[in-house]
Design a protein around this ligand. Structure first.
Ligand code: NAD
Length: 366
């Protein structure tokens, strides 16, 4: 019930090890990846209380000098200031060019620690140990690292591929429901982008997935990582195929921004974005209404129900315009016509507005 996925990116080749219980083997697994004398174990307070001691002890047992660096849990730690503090602590702790950073946690810790590893001494090795579903299926693979700026999320960063990724699917047992759903939205996105086989597989197992069946979740993570690895191999820097990963995110990010981060879960926002994009695709692409219904059903059974809040269409459109992917003042959206058939296209404001008005009319009061 464990799997290894190989990731090939320009100048990097590494493995993603997936399986329940991987944390029990973490010491030898990390020793196999690096001859480092010291490792900086970066985590957040919540993850530290769950797995920090176990990983710290396992690393020490392998002879590593362990420098434990714990940041507060949550997106606010993904900042320039915290990354700077981490680099200062690495320097004060005598971490050298041949040492390594281990990121133990969700996407926040992975992005932050990876960024610190990318810039400290102009780059030292790092290893991802994702503990959220989102980090296992998405953020730990592909080498994007970074921090948020006041002007927006992920506006400063670096491409830095890890030496390896170790995903213990048993660690997901303690994940709160909202965080689980955030990961599931990326899973649903991946299944739709990957194609008919994965989408049907997920439809057939949606209830087991929702119940976090360990074997099913392990296979699910493996399927998502294989898909992401394939996309990254073809396009590390998001100039082509990697754009598909933005499916559901143009509207999703706009909803989060307008309602205020945390008002709806990230997963719900992305799922709402997928629902919206499929409807736009019926008009300007080639999606059938059957595909729209099918995707709606899948999101519903996974627990990614529609949001009830009414969001002002003009504010949403404005937020869609500041999306990093918009070009020359025109919003670009990833549209899916049928499983695996996607395209990233400019969509005119008049089309988006009409859909936003129709969408907002189905929602409750503000
Ligand atoms: N680099 C990429 O390619 C990429 C892709 C997608 C998202 N991201 C980034 O990922 C971040 C979101 O990641 P996330 O959703 O993992 O959030 P997160 O890292 O904030 O983790 C969510 C919460 O779950 C807690 N947690 C982690 N593991 C746990 C466990 N096993 N049990 C109980 N609680 C646990 C954390 O302490 C935190 O409070 C965002 O900053 C986003 O920009 C990056």
């Amino acid at each position: 019930m464990s799997a290894t996925v190989h990731v090939r990116a320009p100048g990097a080749l590494y493995n993603v090890e997936i399986g329940p219980g991987a944390l029990d083997e973490i010491g030898p697994m990390i020793r196999d990846l690096t001859p480092a004398e010291s490792v900086a174990l970066v985590t957040d307070e919540t993850v530290a209380s769950l797995f920090g001691m176990k990983v710290d002890t396992a690393l020490a047992r392998e002879g590593f000098r362990v420098l434990s660096l714990t940041v507060p849990a949550g997106e606010q730690s993904k900042s320039w200031a915290v990354a700077g503090d981490l680099c200062e602590t690495l320097a004060a702790g005598g971490v050298s060019r041949t040492d390594a950073v281990v990121a133990l946690g969700g996407g926040v810790v992975g992005d932050l620690a990876g960024f610190a590893a990318a810039v400290y001494l102009r780059g030292i090795d790092f290893i991802q140990v994702p503990t959220t579903l989102l980090a296992m299926v998405d953020s730990s693979v592909g080498g994007k690292t970074g921090v948020d700026l006041r002007a927006g999320k992920n506006l400063a960063g670096a491409f830095k591929q890890p030496l390896g990724v170790i995903a213990d699917t048993a660690a997901l047992a303690t994940l709160p429901e909202d965080e689980w759903l955030s990961g599931l939205a990326e899973v649903a996105k991946t299944a739709v982008l990957d194609g008919e086989e994965f989408m049907s597989w997920l439809e057939a197992r949606a209830e087991q997935v929702a119940a976090r069946d360990e074997a099913v979740v392990t296979e699910l993570v493996e399927r998502c990582v294989r898909f992401k690895a394939d996309v990254v191999a073809r396009d590390e820097k998001e100039e082509g195929p990697r754009e598909c990963l933005n499916y559901g995110h143009t509207l999703g990010h706009a909803i989060e921004k307008v309602l205020g981060y945390g008002a709806v879960t990230h997963g719900q926002a992305v799922a709402e974005g997928m629902r919206f994009a499929s409807r736009v695709s019926v008009q300007v692409g080639a999606a059938s209404t059957e595909f729209v219904r099918r995707q709606d059903r899948l999101l519903d059974v996974l627990g990614l129900t529609s949001i009830e809040e009414r969001v002002e269409p003009s504010a949403v459109l404005e937020a869609m315009h500041v999306d990093k992917k918009s070009r020359s003042g025109v919003v670009r959206m990833v549209l899916v016509d049928s499983p695996s058939s996607w395209h990233c296209v400019p969509v005119q404001d008049v089309t988006i507005s009409a859909h936003l008005d129709a969408w907002a009319s189905t929602k409750g009061g503000e």
